[in-house]
Design a protein around this ligand. Structure first.
Ligand code: ADP
Ligand code: MG
Length: 222
């Protein structure tokens, strides 16, 4: 419980910063990107430079948009939604990346799952983040299992991989802004995911074994 308190305090500080800074950065960034794109048509043999500039600008834009999820006030749009079609959507989105990395996605879901009150786009973002992390944990391929079940008043959605696992001493740091062990990671995916799930009145539980795999379980009230 102490850990939960510490994390939510951290989130509110980061959230306040994000609210101020992210909005301010976004506008000049958009105009910068527009002009780079404009000049690209006249690149004169410098196409590679322009490609790099745009890809770096896209990365900044991505980080800003992740941060904006934390910004308050936030427009969240809660509706009663079936979870199965939502999961199917993100599995389809992840499939291309999965195939490229020799990864099979297995779904274990009963045909009928209860609906939950949620902001559909935000939940999709959570599921995609967890799916992406699962895929990235298995550079040599493997299986990602997406399992959903109802238990008590809660819906449990579990993403299990057969990847590298997370060392015990790092478990506490999951969800910390910019905590990443990846070369090109942002360390924002889990922070955003924890925040969204908490706003939905839910929880994320982690189970991991080094060399065997990791399982992230999202629990949502139904
Ligand atoms: P990023 O993916 O950009 O590194 P995240 O917030 O999504 O940022 O994840 C933070 C860190 O948590 C990762 O860098 C990795 O060390 C660890 N992690 C998250 N999910 C998994 C997983 N399924 N298996 C192994 N490690 C993971
Ligand atoms: Mg990630």
């Amino acid at each position: 419980a102490e850990e939960m308190v510490r994390k939510s305090e951290l989130l509110s500080v980061v959230g306040q910063m994000a609210a101020g800074v992210a909005h301010e950065i976004r506008n000049p960034l958009t105009s910068l990107k527009g002009f780079v794109q404009l000049l690209q048509s006249d690149a004169n043999g410098n196409e590679e430079y322009f490609r790099i500039m745009l890809s770096e600008l896209n990365r900044i834009e991505f980080i800003i948009s992740e941060f904006l999820v934390l910004a308050k006030p936030q427009v969240v749009f809660y509706q009663r939604r079936e979870i199965r079609p939502l999961l199917d959507d993100i599995i389809m989105l992840a499939r291309t990346q999965a195939i490229m990395h020799n990864i099979e996605i297995v779904t274990l879901c009963p045909p009928q799952l209860p609906a939950v009150m949620c902001d559909e786009n935000q939940l999709k973002q959570v599921f995609l983040n967890l799916m992406k992390n699962a895929i990235e944990s298995m550079p040599d391929g493997g299986v990602v299992t997406v399992a959903a079940r109802q238990e008590g008043g809660r819906l449990h959605i579990c993403f299990t991989d057969q990847g590298c696992g997370i060392p015990e001493e790092l478990l506490d740091r999951l969800g910390e802004p910019f905590f990443t062990t990846k070369k090109a990671g942002t360390g924002l995916g889990l922070m955003v995911s924890y925040k969204i799930v908490a706003q939905h009145g839910g929880d994320i539980k982690v189970n991991s074994r080094i060399g065997e795999g990791t399982s992230f379980e999202v629990q949502l009230p139904t």
